[in-house]
Design a protein around this ligand. Sequence first.
Ligand code: KG4
Ligand code: ZN
Length: 335
Amino acid sequence: MHDSTIILAIESSCDDTAASVIRDGKIISQSLSSQLDHAKYGGVIPELASRKHEELILPVVMESLRNADTTQEELSAVAFTQGPGLLGALIVGTVFAKGLAHALDLPLIAVHHMQAHVLSNFIEEPHPEFPFLCLTISGGHTQIVKVKDHLAMKVIGQTRDDAAGEAFDKIGKMLGMDYPAGPELDRLAALGHPIYEFPEPEIDGLDFSFSGLKTAVKYFLRDQIKRDPSFIENHLHDICASVQDRICSILMHKVILASEQTSIKTIALAGGVSANSGMREMLEQEASSRSWKVHYPGKKYCTDNASMIAITAHYKYLQREFVTQEVQAHPRMDW
Ligand code: KG4
Ligand code: ZN
C-alpha cells in the first residue's frame, strides 16, 4: 500500500512523440521518439507528423511505464499537451490520453505546451524563486513570461514575426544545413568569431522581430557570393558565430529591458533555443554584471519532451485542476 501520486504525461504537439512518468514531483522515467523523417523535407510535415504519432504513441507510452517500473493500475492521473501545436499531432495525444483516462477511470489533466516549457525549470533542483522572468525560446514561439507562481504566469513580450528557433533554422537552411539547423549552427559558431555585423531591429517595448535579420543575412550572402562563390564554405564558422551572436543579443536586450521594467532579477530560459551555448554564455555574463540569478533546464529538457508536461501536471494535480472528457486539442491555445 502506498500513497504516491503517479502521473503519466504525453507530449505530441510537433514532431516528437514523448511520454514521461512522474511520482510525487520527481520524474521517474521518460521516453522520446524524434521523428527524423522530416529532416529531408526541410521542415515538419503536419500530415506525416500525425501518422508517426499514431504509430509511435503506444510503444512510447508502454516503454515509459516499463522504465518507471509501474503499471496502468498504479496511475493517479493522465496528462497530455492540449496546445498550442499542430492540430493533427495534438489530436493523437489528446484522444489517446482521453481513452486511457476513461478506461482506467482516472482524472485527466490538460497542459499548455508553453507553460510546460517554463516549468521545465522545476524538473531539477534548484528551482527558481518567484517571481521570475522566463525567456521562452523555441521553434514556434519567442516570449518573455512573468512568472508569479507555478500556474500563474503572463506573457509580457513576444515575437511579431519569426520565432528565435525559426531564425536559426531558416538562416541555417540558407547556409546548407538540414532541419532543424539550431544545434549544428551552435556547434559551428563555437569554431568562429562574430566578425560580421547584422542589424538589430528597432522595436519599442518587449516585443521581438527576427524577419529583418533573416532578410539581412540573405542579401549579405547574395552579395558576398557574387564576389566569392565559395564565400559560405570559406567563412562558415564566422558567419554562424555572427548570426548566433545577433540572435542572442536581440533576445538579451529585451530581457534586460524586462528586468529593468519589472525590477525582477531572477531570469530563466526555456525552450529548444535555451540549449544554445552562446545564449547561455551571454546570459551568464549579464547575470554577473547585473547580480541576476539565472536558471536554465538541463539540455534534454530544453527541447520538446514529456517531462515538462509531467511537472506541469504535478502542480495541476495538487490544485485538482482536471478536465472532462469533453476537452479538445487546441492548436492556437491562449494562456
Ligand atoms: O522547444 P522545441 O524543441 O520545439 C518547439 O516547441 O518549437 O524547439 C525547437 C527549436 C528548433 O528551432 C531548433 O533549431 C532549436 O530549438 N534549437 C536550437 C538548439 N537546439 C535546438 N537552436 C539553437 N541552438 C541550439 N543548441
Ligand atoms: Zn516546444
